[in-house]
Design a protein around this ligand. Structure first.
Ligand SMILES: C[S@@+](CC[C@H](N)C(=O)[O-])C[C@H]1O[C@@H](n2cnc3c(N)ncnc32)[C@H](O)[C@@H]1O
Length: 355
């Protein structure tokens, strides 16, 4: 099923990469400053760029590690050794495939996900049980989460292997979540794919011996800007008021492996520590200014949309304080929640600022 992520560039990757190649034909370092699911970073790596990927969210960090930091298939040496006593390994399968099969067979557990996010639960802060996952899948998530956490705490998997397993868990959860688009709300009835069983799958890793070239960071772009030097900085900010931390709170919880207080009808984790200024019209300008002034970089390429909080005219005015601005326009099919009444076609902008 893949990832339904607001603002994902999966459908316009060729436009973005085409423009980056035009501006930076002789490769060099490109920052993907708000990397999200990492489609642009991955494509840049495939084209021999050195990539610095950054995002505010922990799930995004794990995706970028998986996209940029594997040079060979994971061996899971300690883990295979550890589980060989309790689980029948299949010698026909790769270590990674054996590990995924092992996780898929972990005993389900009535834990935090079952209690807070399935209709059988008795959530702490609301009378009404939530319905993000079937009770069976929520229990599977609880069982697998606990095992991954323990394996990491006991140093049986390393950080790279942990990121890979959490990435796989997030992708699997996305496939069976009972949502219409984001995790801002769940659907009242369990439907379609939410009734199917949670199954982790091996990610098709892009393997290349260039991993030292790539840097993965997590944090506010405004704060990390002065730590980044690059030939081009690609910025794909949120366009609208919808905060990613609120709309993808469950993925963040899977990525962090914690059990935060689940608040209100939607069961949001406390998310103000990941509040984005780009979702507030009055704060966007200051944030862009901070990034552009603090980063050692002469070329910025920004994706924006006609839906954006700033008009394209406002944007041009803002950026022209820092250098020459060139804007390209194209249209594509938008991401829509199932119940959204928005029109299908969306005008997108690629804004090049040369300082
Ligand atoms: C439009 S999405 C990026 C989508 C990405 N290009 C893709 O194709 O998946 C915007 C991203 O900006 C991140 N974000 C929002 N505010 C941020 C900030 N101040 N610093 C860093 N990342 C931020 C969000 O977490 C989200 O992943």
């Amino acid at each position: 099923m893949g990832y339904r992520y607001i603002g994902s560039k999966v459908k316009v990757v060729d436009n973005v990469i085409g423009k980056i190649t035009e501006i930076c034909p002789s490769k060099g370092r490109v920052a993907d400053l708000m990397s999200g699911t990492g489609v642009i970073s991955t494509e840049l790596r495939k084209r021999d760029y050195k990539v610095t990927a950054n995002d505010l969210m922990t799930y995004s960090y794990h995706h970028s590690i998986v996209n940029l930091k594997f040079s060979s298939s994971p061996k899971f040496e300690k883990l295979l050794n550890f589980i060989s006593n309790i689980y029948d390994l299949d010698i026909e399968l790769s270590p990674y495939e054996n590990v995924i099969n092992f996780l898929n067979n972990i005993k389900p557990k009535r834990g935090y996900f079952w209690n807070e996010f399935s209709y059988e639960g008795n959530p702490q802060n609301t009378e009404r049980p939530r319905n993000y996952f079937s009770p069976e899948n929520a229990q599977k998530l609880d069982g697998i989460r606990e095992v991954i956490n323990n394996l990491s705490c006991d140093h049986i998997i390393n950080d790279l292997e942990k990121s890979l397993l959490l990435h796989d868990l997030i992708m699997a959860a996305n496939d069976i979540a009972n949502i219409a688009g984001t995790y801002g709300h769940y659907m009242s009835k369990l439907n379609g794919r939410a009734l199917t069983e949670l199954k982790l799958k091996c990610t098709e890793l892009f393997l290349k011996s260039d991993v030292e070239n790539h840097i993965v960071m997590q944090g506010y772009a405004e704060e990390n800007a002065n730590k980044i030097q690059c030939d081009l900085c690609y910025i794909d900010p949120p366009y609208m008021k919808r905060q990613y931390a609120a709309n993808y709170h469950i993925l963040e919880t899977l990525a962090r492996g914690d059990e935060p207080e689940a608040i209100g009808v939607s069961g949001l984790r406390p998310w103000r520590d990941q509040y984005s200024n780009f979702c507030t019209k009055t704060k966007i300008r200051e944030s862009f200014k901070t990034i552009i002034e603090n980063m050692e970089c002469n070329n910025f390429l920004i994706s924006y949309s006609e839906d954006g909080l700033l008009s394209i005219e406002d944007f041009e005015l803002l950026l022209s304080n820092f250098g020459d601005v060139n804007i390209e326009t194209f249209s594509h099919k938008r991401f829509r929640s199932n119940n959204s009444s928005l029109k299908n076609e969306l005008v997108e902008y690629l804004i090049h600022l040369q300082c």
